[in-house]
Design a protein around this ligand. Structure first.
Ligand SMILES: Cc1ncc(COP(=O)(O)O)c(C=O)c1O
Length: 403
């Protein structure tokens, strides 16, 4: 659909399609997402429908409805329906894969230092469970860094580790878009390197679907998890776990249900009674996205706004954003003029001011000796929101500098 064909203007007027408070400046879609009113309506309709006859819905309709939803989302990412199952969120999906796999003495698990904290803790859990047998290998990465340098680092660590006797890198957990900083990671270049070295690729794509184009057949990961409730606008909690056919027999849900050992898709279709309405909102979310202009239009608007808005905030603060533009998705990372050596500045104090005094949201984090904020662009935000947040954050930073 071309811009002329869309009857919707992105930016402030889109706020009426969402449930967000009118006096709140929402520049953190990235953490938990939010969904439009039409999705909320569909979500509640499913819940209401189930209660009209729970027995019939759960015994007869639930599995076919879930199958239709898997079919729609699989098509969207160019995967086969039976390669994807629903899980509640990315944390569950990555836990599912890491805890299903079996480990042997000398196995090593590889990841970058920018890994999401829950995933790092899951890797540490595996190391503790297989005490003395499994080792974690962390590749330190500090932005700004070029894709070439990132790939070189990966290549170098793999070569060094593979030369050591009696050990093997079993798997690597890589982000498609990392969290802090929120940047695109060149997984399409990393996965072939992992494959050549017989290392399983587990992609944490928490932020991928809806934020960047996602084509499983082009990426060819072994495992991929992505949250539909972040950038695709489905109700929370809904994520998909893709598992290549080659490994499906090895992967089981964290909770053993009545279809255990009846095949990958069946096992994940019932892990006890639960509300599956969030998964079923996938159709409404996809329809909404089409209606307002489609993937390209949504993603282009958000990326352009992230770059312009990020640069605007950086100019207000007298700092810079993490680039280059090619690694910026719909989130932008702006350095604060506050080094991490400033002990007065803490995340807790920043969040108190953000929620209680100013009513906006961004993520604040430490990276490479400085504090940064991560701001998300969305179809319901515009440059004006970034400008307002720029001046607020400047006021906050100035108050710490003068302490
Ligand atoms: C890279 C990354 N992985 C995993 C997660 C966890 O997602 P969830 O809380 O939906 O499990 C996040 C959350 O923001 C994330 O940014």
């Amino acid at each position: 659909m071309s811009k002329e064909e869309s009857i919707f203007e992105f930016g402030h007027s889109m706020r009426s399609k969402f449930l967000l408070d009118s006096d709140y400046i929402p520049l953190n879609h990235g953490s938990f997402g939010t969904f439009p009113k039409v999705v909320q309506e569909a979500f509640r309709e499913y819940q209401d429908k189930v209660e009209t006859n729970p027995d019939k819905f759960i015994r007869r309709d639930l599995i076919p409805e879930m199958c239709k939803a898997r079919e729609a989302v699989a098509k969207f990412i160019n995967a086969e329906t039976n390669e994807v199952v629903f899980v509640q969120n990315t944390t569950t999906g990555i836990n599912t894969v890491l805890k299903s796999l079996k480990y042997e003495e000398g196995d090593k698990l590889l990841y970058f230092s920018t890994v999401y904290v829950s995933i790092r803790k899951t890797l540490e859990f595996i190391r503790e469970t297989y005490a003395g047998k499994v080792e974690l290998i962390e590749i330190e990465v500090n932005y700004p860094i070029s894709d070439d340098d990132l790939i070189d680092k990966l290549d170098k660590v793999i070569k060094e580790e593979q030369q050591k006797p009696n050990t093997k890198i079993k798997l690597a957990v890589i982000d498609a878009i990392s969290s802090n900083p929120g940047v695109i990671v060149p997984i399409q270049r990393m996965i072939p390197i992992l494959r050549q070295n017989d290392i399983l690729s587990i992609v944490d794509g928490a932020h991928s679907i809806g934020q960047i184009p996602l084509n499983i057949r082009e990426i060819e990961p072994d495992f991929f998890v992505t949250n539909c409730h972040k950038w695709l606008y489905t109700a929370r909690s809904s994520a998909i776990l893709y598992v290549s056919y080659k490994y499906q027999e090895k992967i089981h849900p964290l909770v053993t249900g009545m279809f255990s050992h009846e095949g990958f898709v069946s096992e994940f279709s019932w892990t006890g009674a639960q509300d599956v309405s969030s998964f079923l909102t996938i159709h409404t979310a996809l329809e909404f996205r089409k209606k307002i202009g489609g993937e390209e239009m949504i993603q282009n608007y958000c990326k352009k706004l992230a770059i312009e808005g990020g640069n605007l905030i950086a100019s207000i603060l007298g700092t810079e954003i993490i680039g280059p533009e090619s690694i910026i998705p719909s989130m932008v990372n702006i350095r604060l003029p506050i080094p991490t050596s400033n002990e007065e500045f803490t995340e807790a104090k920043f969040l108190d001011l953000m929620f209680n005094k100013y009513n906006f949201s961004v993520v604040v984090f430490k990276h490479n000796k400085y504090w940064y904020i991560r701001a998300s662009a969305q179809i319901y935000t515009d440059l004006n929101d970034f400008e307002k947040v720029g001046y607020i954050v400047k006021e906050i930073c100035d108050s710490f500098k003068t302490m």
